[in-house]
Design a protein around this ligand. Structure first.
Ligand SMILES: Nc1nc2c(ncn2[C@@H]2O[C@H](COP(=O)(O)OP(=O)(O)OP(=O)(O)O)[C@@H](O)[C@H]2O)c(=O)[nH]1
Ligand SMILES: [Mg+2]
Length: 478
């Protein structure tokens, strides 16, 4: 059974916001006590968080559909609905988040680094929050917004300081097992290692990690052997170690041509040219191996490599190697800009822009696009005339009506608000929309009106003017 998965497709759904409540307070002998419908709760987010104790994406391979909980609807008596709970998904250090087209959305490195993969919907305002001097008893509430739905790809790129590369059976796993506490599978057949192993090495005061990856063979870039895909786990390392076999029984191989072949495969993979490399000649406990190592050493050194002769089995030359690696890792770390221990990556959200656009499409339809108009449409209960009127007022105030007129829209023309696959389409009635303000104040209930003294009327008028100047959105407590 697979225990290691380093690429998964994940479908995440944030929670939807709860609907606002339209309710009127009732008490004995006081039939109309005012609106008291509470707001809906916010939908939960889906958040990815790095946990360094997690090493695989296996869990998401088994269950790739994840959903946060919805916000609860508001209730009468000014009770707000409970917010939905965020769903936190733990991922290994080095997980890259991509969209389906392959664009990188986030690169999660460092324990606790988080990314909001899907944002919860806002809760709808209840009628208590929608009440104002002009609209004393709204008979409607706003709907909660649906939560984000996202299809994402998670790809693990192991975070290690050093990567061991080489032919199958060169002794990479043996080496990591003697340099660190890692206990990978070791055997005398090729491709023993199928998934990367990580080991932690302590050399003096330096602690660093080594990754042992599957073996490479000529033509790996064309998919031979295990291919090159796992080299993704080498990408983040700062030092590459060529593990060369001095005791191979294959007659057509020797350390120098092995090195050339591995280098060619690394070149095919790309992006690794600037990593410092060292060469390890392994298996010098074998007499012929020691001789061969001595023979090829000058050649390797003349090519500019630092060369270490070791035996993973007989524990020869290991200390020197691990200190040399610590030194290289230390330099690489010093050269890197200091990273904050924990980075929180929030998916760049569309700016909450106040704007909108009106375009006339080929079939004569007028399309309105914009963050606000589209959100307002989602918040509208189209079965409630008053709510629809409120939407018209909001659109009007933003200037949508005016812009439609300027763009040449006439009564009866089709107007769509939103993207092609998710728009609300209606026949435009300019008089109704433009006249909305004049036709009567929405939500006004004359049963509330009592004779007011002149000073009170003046204050009320001023309050109405003030409100009219404010953006409707200002009322939303989000
Ligand atoms: N004599 C001797 N044998 C070694 C040494 N290091 C590894 N071996 C043997 O070589 C064989 C392959 O070792 P592994 O560590 O599995 O090699 P690998 O490079 O991880 O191989 P893959 O995982 O298949 O890519 C095993 O039989 C080891 O016991 C060494 O220093 N001396
Ligand atoms: Mg191995």
């Amino acid at each position: 059974m697979t225990t290691f998965v380093d690429r998964v497709e994940l479908h995440v759904a944030a929670g939807s916001g709860g609907h606002g409540c339209a309710s009127v307070h009732r008490e004995k002998f006081k039939p109309l006590g005012g609106p008291d419908g509470g707001n809906g709760g916010r939908g939960g987010d889906v958040i990815l968080t790095v946990d360094q104790s997690v090493t695989t994406l296996l869990e998401y391979h088994h269950s790739p559909h994840r959903k946060a909980t919805n916000g609860k609807p508001g209730e009468g008596g000014n009770r707000s609905g409970k917010d939905g709970e965020d769903l936190v998904l733990v991922v290994p250090d080095g997980t890259v988040v991509l969209d389906k087209a392959g664009n990188v959305l986030a690169d999660l490195v460092g324990h606790g680094t988080s990314f909001v993969a899907a944002q919860g919907g806002r809760g709808g305002l209840g009628n208590a929050a929608l009440a104002s001097a002009r609209r004393k008893a709204p008979g409607f509430a706003l709907l909660g917004e649906p939560g984000d739905l996202q299809d994402i790809v998670l790809e693990l790129k192991t975070v290690a300081d050093v990567a061991l590369v080489g032919y199958p059976s060169a002794g990479k796993s043996s080496l990591i097992s003697v340099l660190s506490a890692a206990k990978p599978k070791i055997a005398d057949y090729p491709f023993t290692t199928l998934v990367p192993n990580l080991g932690v090495v302590t050399a003096g005061s330096t602690v660093y990690t080594i990754a042992d990856v599957p073996g490479l063979i000529p033509g790996a870039s064309q998919g031979r052997g295990l291919g090159l895909e796992f080299l993704r786990h080498v990408e983040r390392c700062s030092v590459l170690v060529h593990v060369l076999d001095t005791a191979t029984l294959e007659s057509d191989r020797d350390p120098l041509s092995d090195l050339d072949i591995i280098e060619e495969e690394l070149r095919q993979y790309g992006g690794l040219d600037n990593r410092p490399r060292i060469v390890v000649l392994n298996k010098i406990d074998v007499p012929d191996g020691k001789d061969l190592a001595e023979m090829v050493r000058p050649d390797l050194e003349s090519r500019g490599y630092r060369v270490f002769e070791v035996s993973a089995v007989a524990h020869l030359g290991l200390k020197e190697l691990s200190f040399a690696l610590a030194d290289l890792v230390g330099r690489a770390r010093a050269a890197r800009p200091k990273e904050e221990a924990t980075r929180i990556v929030i998916r760049p959200k569309a700016v909450d822009d106040a704007g909108f656009t009106v375009t006339r499409e080929e079939d004569g339809l007028f399309r309105v696009r914009g963050e606000k108009p589209e959100r307002w449409v989602r918040q509208t209960d189209f079965n409630n005339d008053e709510a629809v009127g409120y939407l018209a007022d909001r659109l009007n105030r933003l200037g949508v009506e005016e812009q439609l007129m300027k763009s040449g829209a006439r009564g009866g023309d089709g107007v769509a608000i939103g993207p092609e696959d998710n728009a609300v389409v209606f026949d435009w009635e300019p008089s109704a929309m433009a006249g909305a303000e004049m036709l009567g104040r929405r939500g006004e209930d004359h049963r509330f009106e009592a004779p007011r003294p002149a000073a009170q009327r003046r204050r009320d008028r001023q309050a109405e003017r003030d409100e009219a100047e404010r953006e409707y959105d200002d009322f939303e407590p989000f």
